[in-house]
Design a protein around this ligand. Sequence first.
Ligand code: FES
Length: 115
Amino acid sequence: MLKKLKQIVLYPFNFIKGKLSKSTSSIDSIKPGQGAVIEIDGRKTAVYKNADGSVLKLSPTCTHMGCTIEWNSDEGKWTCPCHGASFSKEGKVLGGPAKKDLHKIQREDSLQESN
Ligand code: FES
């Protein structure tokens, strides 16, 4: 009950914090097996780097209520600071309250989202 109340009270703060935060990281700064939310062509992008150096690009917008996800390096997954949803490195829902996977970004040049 206290956890739910805390999430409700902190939701606006966490939502805005995620939208306003700036990242100076680049794809090159992400180590293999890690992820980060970085800006590519002015758009926030959740990037996971595989062991072979290839990358997966996802929308960093949580499919529950729109907060910006974060990479949890200890658990090797994306998590949402607002209500605790979690997603695999590929963006599949691992835990609610989100019910939809993160949107994949298909093309590197336009950063179009699909799903
Ligand atoms: Fe609610 Fe992400 S916005 S879990």
